[in-house]
Design a protein around this ligand. Structure first.
Ligand code: G3H
Ligand code: 13P
Ligand code: ZN
Length: 311
């Protein structure tokens, strides 16, 4: 099966009350861990590539890895550009075989966000590719995505209808309290997503697929493992999984997870290196790391997203 867009996936997810996992990929072991979990559970999948991942691994290697995953699994897989920050980057990914792109102009003024999103949508649709846009700004710091918490803002439901109509985007990422990275909420606080905003958006855009970024839940056993084996992560708190489950039963059709994969992989490698200081064959520590990613993704598919058996 060739790569698919997210169109059919989202329609079925919306009507079925579940969400599709969008997992960030940077290398072969990550692609294999994710796709093996999805294959075993017969789950549809979005593999996403950030600007930083593309810089790290190169467009060609990532495309070829995803093509290998398609061949090995036979699953419906969409290949998505995560946080495209310019028309040129989106165009390059569309020309290079991606089936979905995100144009993230959420930090720009509304009119500017609309103008650039519309331009990307026109080019993407002419080429059979779908577009995710963003309204509202998530906090968090990663390689290529940096927003201070004082510059973040919730999505204004009163803007969404006009934004979608004027841009023609196919899905919309909104800000309801999630954020990028492992340090989303202060330890000791009670994280609470703004379901009132999600409900209001859903009412204004019936049937339209909504996306949640920054949706890692930062499992504490992984943070503890990292610290046990020589790491030094201060209190890191993620999005409670029951709230993600609730969102996926509503209009949220795509849930983005990257940090949890990083934690799973790092915890596994740290443990291996600590317990086997004499080993130096990368296959020996990357095999359990790949398995740790697979376990984590299996859990997300079954217990959080609810998309098992939906391929
Ligand atoms: O939301 C951003 C993704 O987690 C990608 O992060 O830019 O460090 O690859 P990155
Ligand atoms: P996390 O940092 O919560 O994994 O978010 C990933 C993301 O939103 C990728 O676009
Ligand atoms: Zn994101």
């Amino acid at each position: 099966m060739p790569l698919v867009t997210t169109k059919d996936m989202f329609e079925r997810a919306y009507n079925g009350g579940y969400a599709i996992g969008a997992f960030n990929v940077n290398n072969m072991e990550i692609v294999q861990g994710i796709t093996e979990a999805a294959r075993e559970l017969n789950a549809p999948l979005i593999l996403q590539v950030s600007k930083g991942a593309r810089k790290y691994a190169s467009h060609t290697y990532l495309i070829k890895l995803v093509e290998a995953a398609l061949e090995e699994t036979g699953l419906p897989i969409a290949l998505h550009l995560d946080h495209g920050d310019s028309y040129e980057l989106c165009k390059s990914c569309i020309d290079g075989g991606f089936t979905s792109v995100m144009i993230d102009a959420s930090s720009k003024p509304l009119e500017e966000n609309i103008a650039i999103t519309k331009k990307v949508v026109e080019y993407a649709h002419d080429n059979g590719v779908v577009v995710e846009a963003e309204l509202g700004t998530l906090a968090g710091i990663e390689d290529e995505v940096k927003v201070k918490s004082e510059d973040s803002s919730y999505t204004r439901p009163e803007d969404v209808q006009e934004f979608v109509e004027r841009t023609g985007c196919d899905s919309l990422a909104i800000a309801i309290g999630t954020s990028h990275g492992a340090y989303k909420f202060k330890p000791g606080t009670n994280p609470q997503l703004r379901f009132d905003i999600l409900e209001d958006v859903q009412k204004r855009l019936p049937g339209f697929p909504i996306v949640l970024h920054g949706s890692s839940s930062v499992p504490q056993y992984l943070v503890e493992k990292i610290n046990k084996y020589g790491g030094n992560m201060p209190g890191a708190i993620g999005v409670p999984e029951d709230q993600l489950r609730r969102a996926s039963q509503m209009a949220v059709c795509k849930i983005n997870i990257d940090s949890d994969l990083r934690l799973a992989m790092t915890a596994s490698i740290r443990e291996y290196m600590y317990l086997h200081p004499d080993k130096f064959d990368p296959r020996e520590y990357l095999r359990p790391a790949r398995e740790a990613i697979k376990e984590l993704v299996s859990h997300k598919i079954k217990d959080v997203l609810g998309c098992d058996g939906k391929a």
